[in-house]
Ligand binder design. Structure first.
Ligand SMILES: [Zn+2]
Length: 67
């Protein structure tokens, strides 16, 4: 493990400091893999999971209480 892998293609960056030599993705350790809401630290994926669960519950209730 070299400790430096591309966050897009996962290949070894081979010492590159600016761009991935394989796919050209810019290397910036300050940008998290998932975007977060202003300092809350919650990855947007968590919001999506909660949203999907909410929609699933809504669909279940629609099918449960329909005439
Ligand atoms: Zn890459």
């Amino acid at each position: 493990m070299s400790g430096s892998e591309c966050r897009e293609c996962g290949k070894d960056l081979a010492g590159s400091k600016t761009n991935c030599p394989h796919c050209g993705t810019p290397i910036n350790p300050n940008i998290p893999k998932y975007p977060t809401f202003g300092g809350s630290g919650w990855p947007i994926i968590v919001i999506w999971v909660l949203f999907i669960v909410f929609m699933a519950m809504l669909l279940v209730s629609m099918f449960t209480f329909r005439d």
